[in-house]
Ligand binder design. Structure first.
Ligand code: MTE
Ligand code: CO
Length: 390
């Protein structure tokens, strides 16, 4: 620098007048300088926005919690506009006493708080056959991580009395798609929540207001929003979302079904195509997210050279089961091109595979459950691009 920096030696406009008073924004919103931090969709992906998806801007976020207004949305029939006073949750089927709850009834059960990620099974699905979308928002943004407040589903089922022949439950949504999925009773009784708050406040309409099912670690499709009914049965129902959808066609014509758990996965969120390195060579911070539907992430490795050498990343923030984990890798960049990769290890000992390893096992027909290692090629200018290395 030649002279003093005016940004520090001169009085800025905001130092010269009073700001807005309290109550100017009864419900606060981010700074106008952050207006670019929004959910975005990929228009050519779907024919119509009511049966579509948009993506969480993970390249702009830090820590592990996704702010409510930035949680990606996936609707099969648009956002149901539910009046909570007219909304009910029914438990029927193989129970001693079928029950209908109001939202006030649900608030009288003991409730719990848990942070869980929700990942759509189709997250990274467009990348099965090769690198396609230029930004982790689009390749990995069908994920959010929220603290839910809700009632353990077990308590609600016990209230109705589950018959001994019961083995499955079928949650159903109150939206026009009336989404349903078969869930084993064992999972329903284990850690599922009937949730009405996210990050402390009421669920957003996009996320299923006033009540959604939380199915920790399992594919997002099972987390039925606008939850209105849970049927208890002795067999799976084989509905659309577990036959024609959310199954993985293998090269030999067989299909993987009921692939509920989300495998361990990670992605570098910065630098990435939407978050280039702005500063040239020197001290550089790499950061990203890692998660597993089977537990915690004790370790993430980062490679700067496309997987030849690996460095153990620094984890920071709470390590909670079935929740996003934040990692960092700080290094001195010599300004030469990089091939950035991250590789998650989960608490079961499983290690995130390469994309080629996945294709070898499952072929190229799949959309769902792509947890392969992502590569960003970074140029000397600090520009990052979605690539694959073999
Ligand atoms: N529940 C209902 N009732 N209707 C839906 O369209 N979409 C499912 C699931 N629950 C859906 C639903 C899918 S495919 C996903 S990935 C998650 O909700 C998305 O949750 P989100 O919109 O909170 O991100
Ligand atoms: Co989904």
């Amino acid at each position: 620098a030649t002279g003093p920096d005016p940004a520090i030696v001169e009085k800025q406009p905001w130092m010269q007048y009073l700001g807005e008073g309290v109550d100017a924004h009864p419900y606060g919103t981010p700074s106008p300088h952050e207006a670019h931090v929004v959910r975005r969709n990929v228009e050519w992906l779907t024919a119509d926005p009511v049966s579509s998806v948009n993506f969480t801007p993970i390249h702009e976020l830090d820590g592990i919690i996704t702010p409510n207004g930035l949680c990606f949305e996936r609707h099969h029939a648009g956002i149901a506009e539910v009046d909570p006073s007219q909304h009910r949750l029914m438990i029927n089927g193989l129970v001693d006493t079928p029950l209908v709850f109001t939202m006030e009834d649900l608030a009288r059960f003991p409730r719990e708080n848990h942070v869980y990620f929700l990942e759509c099974a189709a997250n990274s699905g467009m990348e099965w056959r090769g690198a396609q979308l230029n930004g982790c928002q689009f390749t990995h943004g069908m994920i959010h991580n929220v603290m839910y407040t809700g009632v353990p589903l077990r308590l609600i089922l016990e209230e109705a009395g589950v018959k001994s022949s019961a083995a499955w439950v079928l949650p159903e949504g109150a939206d026009a798609s009336a989404m349903t999925r078969s869930i084993p009773l064992e999972k329903a009784m284990d850690d599922c929540l009937v949730a009405f708050k996210m990050n402390g406040e009421a669920l957003r309409p996009e996320q299923g207001y006033p009540v959604r099912l939380v199915v920790p670690g399992w594919e997002g499709n099972m987390w039925v929003k606008w939850l209105r009914r849970i049927e208890v049965g002795d067999q799976p129902w084989h509905h659309r979302e577990e036959t024609s959808k959310y199954t993985d066609l293998l090269p030999d014509g067989r299909a993987r079904r009921f692939t509920w758990e989300m495998d361990a996965k990670s992605v570098i969120t910065s630098p990435s195509p939407q978050a280039p390195i702005p500063h040239g060579p020197g001290h550089t911070v790499v950061t990203g997210l890692a998660w597993s539907g089977r537990g915690t992430i004790p370790r993430v490795d980062v490679s700067l050279d496309g997987g030849v050498n690996w460095h153990q990343a620094r984890m920071s923030g709470p390590s909670l089961t079935k929740s996003l984990h934040r990692f960092y890798h700080e290094f001195d960049w010599d300004g030469r091109p990089l091939l950035l990769q991250s590789r998650a290890h989960d608490s079961t000992g499983y290690v995130q595979p390469t994309k080629d390893m996945l294709r070898e096992l499952r072929g190229e027909n799949s959309i769902y459950h792509n947890n392969g290692i992502q590569t960003w090629a970074v140029s000397e200018q600090g520009i990052a691009e979605n690539v694959e290395v073999s």
